[in-house]
Ligand binder design. Structure first.
Ligand code: ATP
Ligand code: MG
Length: 397
């Protein structure tokens, strides 16, 4: 039996395709970031005052997903820190993980070696401790708040307001905040005062185009994959597919990594274009499952109503979806949501690409929507609903 395991280990160690798979992982910070020279230069210029122990402006960074915001910020701060580690401190917090004001403040305090209990301290007390800690640091603290929209959407912008104001209580040590988001509408959620102090400087990250992605990929694969395992066509294809929606470098890297895994699983020495298409389907399937799992319960129920409705008839309109949905809710002993809300859900499902909803005009009966769904999505829903007892009971009729 142990020879089976030996075989697995040997194959894992002696990959035919990968030289260093880590290089293609999403959180790997590469040594070079081509096509972001301008953003690196601007951020570097803003932050270089750190080396003179002068407080830089706060910076607000935005751009669509996969445009290098996190990578560039880490790259610039790491590079400056290497050249002057005593002159400033650098704290990176992803607010998707630290998703409450309490956690954010606790994280900052804990970087100074203090511990904060999980709960039980008032926010006012946390701020007091924070000010004390920062004072003792006696230098500038750069606070990177990545994916900053997540915490603000859940808890409002009070924490940002307080953090941007904290400098008023400080003398030698000061805070600089770098806020990062991929949600362009996020600024509208902010109080004008927060908006203006966070946005002392603003940096926009445009999406990459296909040839930039190709260049980025070519350099990454040189480190990550063995020579002769990939062709330029394969790289171009990954870049072109990733550029189709918007130029997302993460997607491009995922495509080449998964393609390489597929080729390797097939015992091949080379990645073929077909592997890239298979990779795209695999990634797409994962994405759909993720979206499905994150839907609220009633949205899932509406989705099931659509699928079951379409098993009975060729065409399905909003009112009919609502009737089926209501029957399900009743069967489960739940209060149903309004038809208006169901119609909103149908729009939302359409927007995230789970269904297709087309407006049809019924003359004097007004407008409604006709919904359709693909077989792929139906199959994905079938897999997701079995994890929920209630949904599964409705699904199986
Ligand atoms: N110019 C580049 N050169 C090499 N790799 C890059 C470049 N830009 C981005 N990447 C890589 O693409 C992936 C996504 O980049 P990053 O995480 O910085 O995106 P982001 O803009 O922060 O996206 P999100 O808004 O989703 O957080 C990372 O693995 C990163 O290393
Ligand atoms: Mg990011």
């Amino acid at each position: 039996m142990s020879d089976i395991i030996d075989g697995i280990i040997e194959r894992a160690e002696n990959s035919r395709i990968f030289r260093n798979k880590e290089v293609l992982r999403p959180d790997y910070v590469p040594g070079e970031l081509p096509h972001r020279e301008e953003q690196i230069r601007r951020l570097g210029t803003i932050l270089v005052t750190l080396l003179r122990k002068e407080r830089p402006s706060n910076v607000f960074i935005y751009g669509l997903t996969g445009t290098g915001k996190t990578a560039v910020s880490k790259f610039v701060l790491n590079s400056l820190h290497k050249r002057g580690s005593n002159s400033f401190k650098y704290v990176y917090i992803n607010t998707r993980q630290s998703d409450t004001p309490y956690r954010i403040l606790a994280d900052i305090i804990e970087t100074s070696g203090l511990t904060v209990p999980f709960t039980g301290i008032s926010t006012a007390e946390l701020y007091r401790r924070l000010v004390k800690v920062v004072r003792q640091e006696n230098r500038i603290i750069v606070l990177v708040l990545d994916e900053i929209d997540t915490v603000v959407k859940k808890h409002g912008d009070e924490v940002l307001y307080r953090l941007t104001r904290i400098n008023e209580e400080l003398s030698t040590s000061k805070f600089t905040i770098i806020g990062i988001t991929n949600d362009i509408n996020f600024v509208d959620l902010l109080d004008p005062r927060v908006k203006s102090s966070l946005g002392e400087e603003e940096l926009v990250f445009p999406p990459y185009n296909a040839s930039e992605l190709e260049d980025i990929l070519s350099r990454r694969v040189r480190e990550a994959l063995k020579e002769g395992t990939y062709s330029q066509n394969v790289i171009s294809l990954c870049a072109a597919l990733a550029a189709r929606e918007h130029g997302d470098a993460r997607r491009a890297l995922d495509l080449i990594r998964v393609s390489a895994e597929i080729a390797e699983r097939g015992g091949k020495n080379q990645i073929a274009e077909d592997d890239v298409y298979l990779a795209r389907n695999e990634i797409e399937r994962d994405r759909v499952t993720e979206v499905l799992e994150s839907l609220p319960f009633h949205s899932k129920l509406v989705l099931i109503a659509i699928i079951k409705g379409l098993e009975q008839r060729k065409q399905l309109i909003t009112g009919e979806v609502y009737d089926i949905y209501r029957r399900y809710a009743k069967r489960l002993g739940l209060e149903s949501i309004s038809q208006r809300r169901v119609s909103d859900i149908i729009n939302e499902l359409d927007m995230v690409g789970l269904i297709n909803a087309k407006v049809i005009n019924r003359g004097r009966y007004g407008k409604t929507k006709e919904v359709t769904i693909t077989k792929e999505i139906r199959d994905a829903v079938a897999k997701v609903v079995i994890n929920d007892e209630k949904l599964a009971s409705v699904w199986s009729g």
